[in-house]
Design a protein around this ligand. Structure first.
Ligand code: HEC
Length: 135
């Protein structure tokens, strides 16, 4: 007997199984405040540091005339594959706080560290914002 209900149940089982097999992913809101992160990225807020958008675009373009930096378009998907054993959140955190641990191919480590310039909370807010940058 062909029962469309069985098909739906099977499909749901397959879907939930694949969800379980993939890496657990944190939602941006679980890491920090996305809007605050966006503000820091674009304008650096009231903190006197170079804003990230000074060097990084979010649309795939590279500002060659300033200090060439990789576009952060789709970084949420790329970040987990950069360094073995380092997940998306930890990779982005390291990128912000220690520019020497991994240097993206074709670029120089000209970013400098933001370790002492940003509070831990604001680093988390930036990570939350960058997690929204899917391809
Ligand atoms: C002076 C220019 C400059 C500024 C300002 C800057 N960066 Fe960078 N950033 C770079 C360069 C160059 C690289 C590539 C070299 C490297 O990996 O260190 C990079 C790499 C990164 C990466 C890794 C990208 C990848 O594809 O793996 C992340 C994430 C990042 N920056 C986030 C930030 C954030 C967040 C800020 C603001 C707090 C910021 N950057 C400010 C120049 C900059």
């Amino acid at each position: 007997m062909r029962n469309p209900f069985c098909l739906v149940v099977l499909l749901l089982c397959a879907l939930s199984l694949s969800a379980c097999l993939s890496e657990p992913t944190l939602k941006p809101e679980e890491i920090g405040d996305v809007e605050r992160g966006r503000e820091l990225f674009e304008t650096s807020g009231e903190i006197l540091v170079t804003e990230c958008a000074h060097c990084h675009s979010l649309d795939g373009s590279i500002f060659r005339e300033i200090s060439p930096a990789p576009s952060l378009q789709g970084i949420a998907q790329r970040a987990g594959q950069r360094v073995e054993g380092l997940g998306v959140v930890e990779y982005i955190r390291q990128s912000i706080t220690d520019q020497t641990f991994y240097v993206v191919d074709g670029f120089k480590d000209s970013m400098g560290t933001y370790k002492y310039k940003l509070s831990e909370e604001d680093v988390n807010n930036l990570i939350a914002f960058l997690l929204t940058q899917q391809e």
